[in-house]
Design a protein around this ligand. Structure first.
Ligand SMILES: [Cu+2]
Length: 153
């Protein structure tokens, strides 16, 4: 796993040094939800668009606001919907993956401080092929939903 990651990073670096900041992944509509009360965990949502003819995967995320950052999905366990950590979030070739409430999301475990509506924080996303993409994530209200519904694809 790590050897593969390092190899991929090296190949990308050697082949496309001038394009490091112009990867095939774009991130739109990112937002996090403000913390309710003293909740210790938080979540962020966004739409990942991949213009590459190769499928990619979001492997990890980093932010300074919490002790750890995990990638989660929501799956049905028996009769209840439950959040589960996932190894990666797939982004199809020339397609989109929407991270949204009830589905994939970035999870902040053990927040240093509650997330306040109106603030924002940097989030670095690590993709298997596209490398890292850093975005600024605005904090919306406690029960915020995506601004525009997905148009499907
Ligand atoms: Cu979660």
């Amino acid at each position: 796993m790590f050897a593969r990651l390092i190899t991929a990073a090296l190949v990308t670096f050697l082949a496309l040094p001038a394009l490091a900041q112009q990867g095939p992944i774009t991130v739109e509509g990112a937002f996090a939800r403000a913390s309710a009360g003293n909740a210790k965990n938080g979540a962020a949502f966004m739409i990942l668009t991949n213009t590459s003819p190769q499928a990619d995967r979001l492997l990890a995320a980093k932010a300074g606001i919490s002790r750890t950052v995990e990638l989660h999905n929501v799956v049905k366990k028996g009769e209840v919907m439950a959040m589960t950590p996932v190894e990666a979030i797939p982004v199809p070739a020339q397609g989109k993956t929407e991270l949204k409430p009830g589905s994939y999301h970035v999870m902040f475990m053990d927040l240093a401080d509650p997330l306040k509506e109106g603030s924002s924080f940097p989030l670095t996303l690590q993709f298997e092929k596209a490398g890292t993409v850093t975005i600024q994530v605005p904090v919306h209200g406690v029960g915020a939903m995506p601004a525009a519904p997905s148009k499907g694809h």
